[in-house]
Design a protein around this ligand. Structure first.
Ligand code: NAD
Length: 496
């Protein structure tokens, strides 16, 4: 029998999220008792008060994580036991699917349908995958003389500080939490002040699943307060950061000013989507570009925000792209069929509208969108927006907009396409559309990006690394490679 459809508005009216810190297995108010009011970008409703963590709260959380690490309450458990806890944690996330999805939608504005089918399952799969992986990695023995043995082992790095953004609050948190916990570390997580609620719930679910208290702590707060205190803390061994390139630069400065903690940055992007005239299925290319660009309101680090199209097919491609737009008009995020939801807050809304103005004043032509949408909703919405006549040097072609705004840039030949594609400070992702294997391969090799897609953009999986070249960051989230961030290599010589 089919379940009756869920009335998400009715459920939303009942939501009373707990915004207190989670330290040493317990909820706590911030030491100074300060809070910040959180409103939903969906319709402006008040969601609740969130603890405004500061240095004292971060210090309490780091002490708790350090104590848990030093007494080995987690790291010394046999791998099979740690695996079981993480598997139960993943199951708990799936069991709380509707609660977490609704919190995510209300907190940052994404459509409930996406939160249910993408964000929650991807979070659970990430945790379950690292649970499965944790006892599949073996240490090494070096080739040595017969009289000695050199063991090369991977040891947890210690106390990890994780600082994450608001665009995929749960998934970004899981990409840090799961490999860090799987390798035996303790963790202090600082979610974005714009979307703190699901990370706090994840920590509660982890402890309910059997994670010892103190191993995973969450302190909400502002970047320049709680975030800075965590990144400067002398007893934090590594920072796993995801966010803007501007803040990533700060992370390196903080490490230099404090204890030279390891810093792993996953930063911004300005991904190029290159369409050659020998792409046989232009309609599929245009549909894929629109789907990848407008998913999550364009608030994705890997959004293909620069469409590089050969001059012979640029007009046809733009028509096909514009024909996709009716599917992506912003709608009520609490309606399951909505494809594009709300922009996270008023500040981001103004940033996006500012870039639309900048594009026009720099001489690009607006062919669709460009305005604020749903003005009576009480929330923050922007129409899906397409610019043509975009030149490589314009701000909208160089800077990350982080909203539903895409630019079409024309190119004449392969060398120019590669030059434009590589001509920003970023290097996160790229896509090449061509039915000539040798061209597709040649261009893919020439692109300076952490991930290159050929004739597609949407495949993704926890099994493959995610991260960027150049100012898109260092280190990689996801896959077995993420273990490298959360472990130190140790050599032990044994005389035998
Ligand atoms: P942001 O850099 O403003 O903030 C990210 C996190 O850092 C937040 O928790 C914030 O509170 C904290 N922070 C801000 N200033 C800080 C400071 N001075 N000291 C310490 N912490 C500070 O980024 P955002 O607006 O939250 O997120 C959007 C950015 O994240 C985009 O650039 C996007 O491309 C990037 N992103 C990258 C990836 C990736 O995997 N490469 C994934 C998602 C998002």
């Amino acid at each position: 029998m089919n379940r009756p459809a869920i009335d998400w508005h009715a459920r939303a009216a009942e939501v009373r999220p707990d915004g207190r810190c989670f330290i040493d297995g317990q909820r706590r108010d911030a030491v100074a008792g300060e809070t910040t009011e959180k409103h939903s970008p969906v319709d402006g409703r008040r969601l609740g008060a969130v603890a405004r963590g500061r240095e004292a709260d971060i210090d309490a959380a780091v002490r708790s994580a350090r104590a848990a690490f030093e007494d080995r309450r987690w790291a010394s458990q046999p791998p099979a036991a740690r695996k079981k806890v993480l598997q139960r944690f993943a199951e708990a996330v799936l069991a709380a699917r509707e609660e977490l999805a609704l919190l995510e939608t209300l907190d940052m504005g994404k459509p409930i349908g996406h939160a249910l089918t993408v964000d929650v399952p991807a979070t659970a799969r990430c945790i379950a995958w690292y649970a499965e992986a944790l006892d599949k990695r073996y240490d090494e023995i070096a080739p040595t003389p017969e009289t000695a043995l050199a063991l090369i082992t991977r040891e947890p790095v210690g106390v990890v500080g994780a600082i994450v953004p608001w665009n995929y609050p749960m998934i970004m948190a899981a990409w840090k939490i799961a490999p860090a916990l799987a390798t035996g570390n303790s963790l202090v997580l600082k979610p974005s002040e714009k979307s703190p609620f699901t990370a706090l719930r994840l920590a509660e679910l982890a402890v309910e699943a059997g994670l010892p208290p103190g191993v995973f702590n969450v302190v909400p707060g502002h970047g320049g307060e709680a975030g800075e205190a965590l990144a400067l803390h002398m007893d934090v061994d590594a920072i796993g950061f995801t966010g803007s390139t501007r803040t990533g630069r700060r992370m390196l400065e903080y490490a230099g000013r404090s204890n030279l903690k390891r810093v792993f940055n996953e930063l911004g992007g300005k991904s190029a989507f290159i369409v050659f005239p020998d792409c046989a299925d232009l309609a599929r290319a245009a549909a894929t570009a629109a789907g990848s660009m407008f998913f999550n309101q364009g608030e994705s680090c890997n959004a293909p925000s620069r469409l590089l199209v050969h001059e012979d097919i640029a007009e046809r491609f733009t028509e096909l792209l514009a024909a996709q737009l009716p599917r992506y008009q912003p709608g009520d995020p609490l309606q399951p069929g909505t494809a594009m939801g709300a922009i996270v807050d008023d500040i981001q809304l103004r940033t996006v509208l500012g870039y639309i103005e900048a594009g026009q004043s720099e001489g690009a032509q607006l062919v669709a969108g460009g305005r604020q949408a749903r003005p009576d909703s009480g929330g923050h919405y922007v129409e899906p927006t397409i610019f043509v006549g975009v030149n490589h040097g314009m701000r909208i072609a160089q800077e990350e907009i982080f909203g539903p705004v895409v630019g079409v840039l024309r190119f004449r030949d392969e060398a120019e396409a590669v030059r434009i594609a590589n001509g920003t400070p970023y290097g996160l992702q790229a896509s090449v559309w061509s039915d000539h294997l040798s061209r597709a391969h040649r261009v893919a090799r020439a692109l300076r990006a952490g991930t290159v897609h050929v004739n597609q953009y949407d495949e993704d999986d926890i099994t493959v690394p995610f991260g960027g070249f150049k100012q898109s960051g260092n280190g990689r989230d996801k896959s077995l490679h993420a273990f490298d961030k959360y472990t130190e290599l140790k050599t032990t010589w044994l005389r035998i």
